[in-house]
Write a protein that binds this ligand. Structure first.
Ligand code: 173
Length: 322
């Protein structure tokens, strides 16, 4: 073969191979949600994904597989850890079967933005990588207290004789008030309320209406406690396999989603007003009892965290506390 023909052959090869390579560069990440698909959290995430896919053409795409019908709520963390799916949309309480540290983020007093600056975000990612084979991409729910919701009236923080739906978020705190507890995924709460299997449940200040729980709820106990955390998490092997351009795009989009968290402050006020309109009565205690209630939640939260995670619990406490 002379040189000209060699060049021509090389050009032919390049013309066929290069576009194939370029096309192969687009990667699609499959995502599952641990929250039911009819929850507003998921709708908001689907909007984010639509924008992600529009701008990410040729680089990175997300394929939303579904909610707990695809992978059960308490299995989503495991699925991300093992790489069955690349992305998960969940809260830490739902994947304590991966690592106990996951549930500690509910004790955050510093914001996600502050944790990006004070070393918290790096520590979370060190732990999530080491113990969960995960990358913690973005916290997309915060500034949101949890509350106790009841169908029987109480006049002091005593849940003796009451059966309360929990996740790991609330377990030790509600047990300390003598509740009989039952862990269930959000998708099972409505039926449990309808059948009278439970007398109440723990849940954030928002998102009752998404699942129609307001129809079966009489009281909310104030004040709230802790700080709900919901995040986009990713299988670490997949994360590492991305090109720098793909990773930059993913991080930029994830941070932009996290950057919208101020949204929850106003939304939560609206949700509280909506609860009032729906006839949900607020149970309050005197000032000293309320203060003790919140302090007890925090004390029990950290005691449980440090017992379950003796190494990382104290380290997390430094960056999550004010
Ligand atoms: O109550 C729950 O299901 C729960 O733990 C939770 C955590 C974060 C956001 C919403 C719910």
């Amino acid at each position: 073969m002379n040189f000209t023909r060699l060049l021509a052959a090389a050009a032919t090869v390049a013309a066929t191979v290069v576009p194939a390579l370029a096309a192969a560069q687009e990667v699609t990440l499959r995502m599952v949600s641990a929250f039911p698909e009819n929850q507003f959290y998921v709708k908001r995430t689907l909007d984010w994904i639509a924008d992600f896919n529009k701008e990410g053409k040729g680089v990175l795409q997300i394929n939303f597989i579904g909610g707990p019908k695809a992978i059960p709520t308490f299995e989503v963390g495991k699925a991300v850890q093992s790489g069955v799916v690349e992305l998960g949309f969940s809260t830490g309480a739902f994947y304590t079967n991966v690592m106990p540290e996951a549930d500690i983020l509910k004790l955050s007093e510093t914001s996600a933005a502050e944790q990006r600056k004070n070393g918290g975000y790096d520590l979370i990612n060190k732990i999530w990588a080491e113990k969960g084979n995960m990358r913690y991409l973005a916290k997309v729910v915060e500034f949101t207290p949890f509350h106790l919701y009841l169908n029987k009236k109480i006049d002091k923080p005593d849940l003796s004789g009451l059966k309360i739906r929990i996740t790991p978020v609330y377990r030790e705190f509600f047990q300390s008030m003598n509740a009989q507890v039952m862990a269930t995924a959000p998708g099972e709460v409505y039926t449990a309320l309808e059948r009278g299997v439970i007398d109440g449940y723990g849940w954030p200040i928002h998102a009752l209406f998404d699942l129609n729980w307001h129809e079966k709820t009489k009281y909310r106990v104030d004040p709230g406690f802790y700080n709900a955390e919901v995040a986009v998490i990713m299988n670490l092997d997949k994360y590492k396999s991305l090109t720098p351009a793909q990773r930059d795009y993913l991080e930029r989009k994830a941070q932009a989603y996290e950057g919208q968290n101020e949204f929850w402050k106003k939304y939560n006020q609206e949700e509280a007003a909506r609860q009032k309109q729906a006839g949900i009565e607020v149970i309050t205690f005197d000032a000293a009892t309320s203060k003790a209630y919140v302090e007890k939640a925090k004390e029990i939260g950290w005691a449980t965290a440090i017992k379950a995670a003796p190494q990382y619990g104290p380290e997390l406490k430094k960056v999550l506390s004010r």
